[in-house]
Design a protein around this ligand. Structure first.
Ligand SMILES: [Fe+2]
Length: 157
């Protein structure tokens, strides 16, 4: 039963973009785990903990996005090879804590762009449920970016 009452043809492009977001989030998640494990230096405790907080948030968002796709009666992309192929975010690796924070901010920028695109497509499809979900993530990520940037410019000024 089409319980959401949205036109399947309009929803297709929303789901494509949600799957791209899901892929981007997975690469971002793994980048954060990499930094959490490999960070060293005088800011170890701050950054080790911050990266963990961010990847735990990402994990929650990942699940919500996949379940939104299922709610729209479509299939979430579910394999790592597909995520690598579909994502705009690159796998990143560095031992430099300064670079790690810059990379996180770059990934946030990419996620934010992807989210704005989802919201635009969802608007055209009258898919308010997706707009509501993704707009919440968007505002949270923007705020986290501001905080990271404020910390980053203070510590590394
Ligand atoms: Fe840990």
């Amino acid at each position: 039963m089409n319980y959401v009452g949205l036109k399947p043809t309009n929803i297709e492009s929303v789901v494509d973009d949600l799957n791209r977001l899901l892929s981007n989030y997975h690469i971002y998640y793994q980048n954060l785990r990499n930094y959490h494990w490999n960070v060293t230096g005088p800011n170890f405790f701050d950054l080790h903990e911050k990266f963990e907080e961010l990847y735990n948030d990402a994990k929650v968002s990942i699940d919500e996005i996949a379940e939104r796709i299922l709610t729209l009666r479509e299939s979430p992309t579910s394999t790592l090879s597909e995520y690598l192929e579909m994502s705009d975010i690159d796998e990143k690796s560095t031992k430099d804590p300064h670079k790690m924070v810059e990379f996180v901010l770059e990934d946030h920028k990419m996620l934010i762009e992807n989210m704005r695109s989802v919201i635009e497509r969802a608007g055209k499809a009258s898919d308010e449920g997706t707009i509501d979900l993704i707009a919440g993530f968007l505002a949270t990520l923007e705020k986290k970016s501001w905080m990271l940037d404020a910390w980053h410019s203070r510590v590394y000024a």
